[in-house]
Design a protein around this ligand. Sequence first.
Ligand code: NDP
Ligand code: 2IT
Length: 447
Amino acid sequence: MKYTTKQDFLNHVNNTFKFEDEFLQAVEEVVSSIWDTVQSNPEYLKYNILDRIVVPERAFIFRVPWIDDNNNVHVNLGYRIQFNSAIGPYKGGLRFHPSVNLGILKFLAFEQIFKNSLTGLSMGGGKGGSNFDPKGKTDTEIMRFCQSFMSELSKHIGSDTDVPAGDIGVGGREIGFMFGQYKRLKNEFTGVLTGKNTKWGGSLIRPEATGYGTVYFVDEMLKTRNESLKGKIATVSGSGNVAQFACEKLIEMGAKPVTLSDSSGFIYDRDGITQEKIDFVKELKSKRSARISEYAEKYNVEYFEGKRPWSIECDIALPCATQNELDIKDAKKLLDNGCFVVAEGANMPSTKDAVELFIDKKILFGPGKAANAGGVAVSGIEMSQNSTRMPLSREKVDSLLKEIMRHIHTTCVKYGSEKGGFINYVDGANIGGFVRVADSMIDQGIV
Ligand code: NDP
Ligand code: 2IT
């Protein structure tokens, strides 16, 4: 099919995938960046890469029945999207959150294709999860849910086929329960999941990787303006895996994080969040699934119920919670307050018009598929350690992570530099991620 304009193609996608709002948002952004690259490459047109790349190779939806501690039977929906395997086995996290639906998982799987490509490793794009809400569930309920989920998922994944990991609501505990069930069903100890405990095949630095990687990426962006993290004030949203380790690395590199949030509100710690306070947040969030408001009570700082942290003065903003958590009003407020760096620890946290404003104002804006790729990069390193059965040291993994984040930054500069020197990291990441996948699809024929 030939499309005369970009809008023509987007209309076709919108008609085909009606109601998948987040997916359409992600496609529109990528297509806007890659349109000229595609139009100027006769091979991409001949092999109709655009039409092919927006359709998943396959997607599963399945029933996940489970029994709570009071013997009540529940049913949730389970999903796995196997979007693109041109450059490696499908790879991407599992999200357990009540908001999960097909459109959200398709957006995440689509983004993952380009993110994984940017890492330079051999990983295709995938994502999965469930509308199961882990909040308020006991460990045994979580275990039974994970076992039921894996009973079906195990039929479709494998260490050379599709390798899931964590995402919102899925951390080390859930990966453990799912790995145990996979092993029981298949009688195989393989690297079928990443984010495993280091005692049984996990990689050092994997829990830290997304947050650390985001801050390494910020450091690279700052260097292009002869700036550093030293003394910078940072607002951070979220208080889960990504936010915790982003704060940790910010402190280590001399910056001062002042906010954290959850779905109920945010805390503002003017004196700066310290390592001791992060250790408290780790215990609060990862062990007790409690509210971030407890931080405000414990350390006697301000808490803003139902609000997001973007009204707080800062140099750097790191949205690390969820999609579309930073809108145009938030973006204007950040810019008015002098913020000049935004890096997305979360996937697509900024709305379309917020991103456009950041680019228009020429601030350093690192989109998720570049800035948060450190997590999946260390997942790739975990897969490699599982294949060789040879664990790497903390120092080695951290230095590989830094190297990969630097490589991603270089790719963004290569494909995103505009006349006058401004680096459009959105275009850079989208085009840089796309060309490798498109070229590989062409090599492998019409499949
Ligand atoms: P966690 O489950 O550890 O933490 C999620 C955090 O985001 C919590 O603070 C949660 O608050 C908050 N949150 C979730 N949903 C909403 C919502 N609808 N509104 C407001 N706050 C919300 O997840 P992660 O830290 O792993 O993931 C955070 C983001 O980073 C996601 O976008 C994820 O896709 C992305 N990401 C994660 C990677 C990883 O390796 N884990 C890798 C790359 C990206 P509450 O406790 O109230 O639910
Ligand atoms: O969004 C992401 O990159 C992740 N949730 C991590 C995926 C992975 O396979 O480690």
